[in-house]
Design a protein around this ligand. Structure first.
Ligand code: PHE
Length: 466
């Protein structure tokens, strides 16, 4: 029996939930250090090009499929694909997404757990004390906290439990409510920190590093990494946007919503860079330190602000919530699969899948403690050797998501009927004008060629992808 599907309360509900999924550790933590490792300006430009040329059309494609089918990924591709070329094979694309969601959630929740540790430490007043001594904080984070298996597992499991609770209550009551309160607060604190960073001595260098592209510094692998990062940051290629799209009301415009989500997400990444780079240049930090800056150096700066210890605590509360609205979307893909396809009820599906993913994530949590201090400094970096933890990230962000995105683009651009796509885009939008053909042609040519060329160059030309 088909259970009644939830829906967002309106366009704002969808946008905040989808932006909540997109904005997370990918923007606040990963984007700044990947940009740092790839020499700044030119990388940022390529990233923006990837969002516009590949990210925007593929996000539209996912939402089109989701809203048209009103199913989660596996069922959606079955419903729309069965009597088209390729037939029931398209269900495989849905499974790819569920698998990617499973894997990403298992390690993402470990990093998200770190933010909980910081929230707890600031409630106990410890964080402010540690943050006044840069070496002490660094030592605590790298040598004590990351090395402690029980702590890594504990916080990871607590974060999984929080994720399960939010998904447990369903679309409108759980996910949307969390996003509506927290996203605006997050924007406010990020803006506050950006304003503050204009007063630091590294601000000018940061702006030059970020916005003065030097293509001479760009390596082939950076292009590949920019595209992978765009997929990860926009939550694309694994059905999260598809699933959220399946709860979208017919009276909401897809082109408008997708544009706004892409802009919000990119802005958050770039603003996070402005904050982090101002700190990097003020303190003259090494590239190897950029991956842990959010947890080691940033607190030492925040604590010096007026009301520093409160700002510090509030900041980590918000990062934790930004991560939560992302883990919730990963969880939602996996549980809605069990709800729609296996017929489980939402509560059972969520708890059962949550337990399995939580248990699987213990592998990633433990792989941190096993690594040497030096490689821990460079957690997800180019030469990272942190074992399982970074292997999962590498596999998911650089393979599963781009392959998933490529196939979604092909499905919507080549397999679905042109009229269905235009109908769905026009629904809730009104007259489409050139937007319809633009999105469809991008899905037919631009996105598949760009992503295909990248995958081709890695597989056949041996280009390095990270
Ligand atoms: N976009 C999220 C972030 O940037 C991560 C994510 C990836 C969430 C894929 C859902 C799906 O943090």
């Amino acid at each position: 029996m088909q259970q009644e599907r939830g829906q967002w309360s309106g366009r704002l509900g969808f946008i905040l939930a989808a932006a909540g999924s997109a904005i997370g550790l990918g923007n606040l933590w990963k984007f700044p250090y990947v940009t740092h490792q790839n020499e700044g300006g030119a990388f940022v430009l390529i990233y923006i090009a990837a969002v516009v040329l590949v990210g925007f059309p593929i996000m539209a494609a996912e939402v089109i499929v989701g809203r048209r089918a009103r199913r989660s990924p596996v069922g959606a591709f079955l419903k729309l694909g069965t009597d088209r070329p390729g037939g029931r094979l398209w269900a495989g694309l849905g499974f790819l997404g569920v698998t990617a969601g499973f894997i990403i959630l298992s390690y993402y929740s470990v990093v998200a757990g770190w933010t909980l540790h910081y929230v707890l430490m600031s409630i106990q007043g410890e964080l402010a004390v540690l943050a006044r001594d840069a070496t002490a904080l660094q030592d605590h984070f790298l040598n004590e906290f990351l090395a402690s298996g029980p702590k890594q597992i504990g916080y990871h499991l607590v974060f999984m439990a929080a994720t399960v609770s939010a998904v447990f209550f369903g679309v409108k009551k759980g996910i949307e409510r969390v996003a509506k309160v927290l996203m605006p607060l997050l924007f406010a604190i990020i803006l506050f920190l950006v304003i503050y960073s204009t007063t630091t001595s590294g601000f000018g260098d940061a702006m030059r590093f970020l916005f003065r592209p030097n293509f001479g510094d760009l390596e082939a692998s950076s292009i590949l990494e920019a595209v992978g990062q765009a997929f990860f940051s926009l939550s694309l290629g694994m059905g999260a946007m598809l699933t959220y799209g399946s709860y979208m009301q017919r009276k909401s415009s897809i082109p408008r919503s997708v544009t706004e989500i892409c802009i919000l997400d990119s802005m958050m990444g770039i603003l996070a860079c402005v904050i982090m780079f101002s700190i990097i240049f003020t303190f003259d930090l090494e590239i190897t330190q950029s991956a842990t800056i959010l947890f080691t150096t940033l607190p030492t700066v925040l604590v010096q602000l007026p009301l520093g210890s409160i700002v510090l605590g509030l900041f980590f509360v918000l990062v934790a919530f930004a991560a939560l609205t992302s883990t919730v979307s990963l969880m939602e893909v996996v549980s809605s699969y069990a709800i729609d396809e296996l017929g489980w009820n939402r509560r059972f599906a969520t708890v059962a899948m949550g337990v399995v993913i939580g248990a699987f994530g213990i592998l990633s949590a433990l792989s941190l403690g096993a690594s040497e201090t030096l490689s821990r400094l460079n957690l997800f970096g180019k030469d990272s050797t942190v074992g399982l933890f970074s292997s999962f990230d590498y596999l998911a962000a650089n393979w599963l998501l781009p392959v998933g995105g490529l196939l979604v683009a092909i499905f919507v651009g080549w397999i679905m009927a042109a009229r269905d796509i235009e109908d769905e885009l026009a629904e809730g939008h009104g007259r489409l004008g050139w937007i319809g053909p633009l999105i469809r042609q991008s899905l037919r040519y631009v996105a598949p060629l760009a992503v295909g060329a990248i995958l081709f160059s890695i597989i056949f030309l041996g280009a390095e992808y990270q």
